[in-house]
Design a protein around this ligand. Structure first.
Ligand SMILES: Nc1ncnc2c1ncn2[C@@H]1O[C@H](COP(=O)(O)OP(=O)(O)OP(=O)(O)O)[C@@H](O)[C@H]1O
Length: 257
């Protein structure tokens, strides 16, 4: 098991924001974490990584999270936060190279393998041509892709991404979905929060639907994205169909109250 959450609860400012979450991530899964604004998606991802306090059990790569050192954690899981910001005017290639930090040996002389991994992560995200550009002067979508390249360069078995497709154009959205799927063939897994239900339906192997801090569905996409669940959780009607050999989910209207 890459990640195992049991009885996870989070209270923020005196309010229970996550309630009794049980969730396991195995090798080779692309899990879409869906749910309306404020459902608790970011909180769940942060709590799972130990970035905010939570009660319950968290196991990462079969070990209690608290027993792992920061370097061991960073070798197990890479995290793309929701704010895709880079404040410093450093070259994009240096931002991606930060992903290699957890793997740097004390007195390594040159890092040929690391350099190759950084270059390959940049190629996979289509940002090689931006290598020398100051990262704080990139467009929003370019910055997001640089930060995803950094997470890929970390070569972790698990990638946790908070709204990775936000701000990407349609071609880069689909490209990223295909890239995540290709990681599964390497036995790696991805858990990503998403608002685009069409992309989630088509590319994720499993969807976890959060509503008011609780998991209300955890299954294959078609079983989670039902008319009833969409009405209850999002208050929307949607076209549910099929095209090009895969499911299509297109929100169409607000449900009647
Ligand atoms: N630092 C905080 N202090 C108090 N409440 C918080 C804090 N951070 C988040 N919350 C609350 O916790 C709930 C869950 O927030 P969270 O950011 O996890 O939602 P989300 O599902 O990621 O939403 P979105 O889709 O809008 O990003 C919200 O009601 C939010 O207002």
């Amino acid at each position: 098991m890459l990640l195992d959450l049991h009885n996870l609860s989070v209270r923020l400012a005196g309010r229970t924001v996550l309630n009794d979450i049980d969730l396991s991530v195995n090798h080779g899964e692309f899990i879409g974490l869906i749910g309306p604004n404020g459902a608790g998606k970011s909180t769940l991802l942060k709590a799972a990584l130990g970035l905010i306090g939570a009660s319950g059990d968290i196991r990462l790569t079969d070990l209690p999270l608290a027993r792992l050192t920061p370097v061991e954690r960073a070798r197990a899981v890479a995290y793309l936060p929701q704010e895709h910001e880079i404040a410093w005017p450093v070259a994009a290639r240096h931002v991606v190279a930060l992903g290699r930090e957890p793997w740097r040996e004390g007195f390594a002389f040159g890092d040929y393998a690391g350099g190759q991994i950084v270059a390959s992560a940049m190629t996979r995200m289509g940002v090689s041509h931006l290598a020398a550009r100051p990262a704080n002067a990139l467009s929003g979508g370019e910055r997001t892709r640089v930060l995803i390249a950094r997470a890929l360069a970390q070569t972790t078995p698990l990638l946790v991404a908070d709204e990775p497709v936000a701000g990407l154009d349609p071609a880069h959205q689909i490209g990223l979905m295909k890239l995540f799927r290709s990681l599964l063939r390497e036995g790696r897994s991805v858990i990503a929060s998403m608002h685009d239900l069409g992309l989630a339906a088509r590319w994720c192997t499993r969807l976890v639907m959060l509503h008011e801090g609780r998991i209300i569905a955890d299954a294959a996409p078609a079983a989670v994205l039902t008319a009833e669940n969409l009405r209850r959780v999002y208050g929307i009607e949607a076209f549910l169909g099929e095209a090009g050999g895969g499911p299509v989910v297109m929100p169409t209207e607000l449900s009647e109250k």
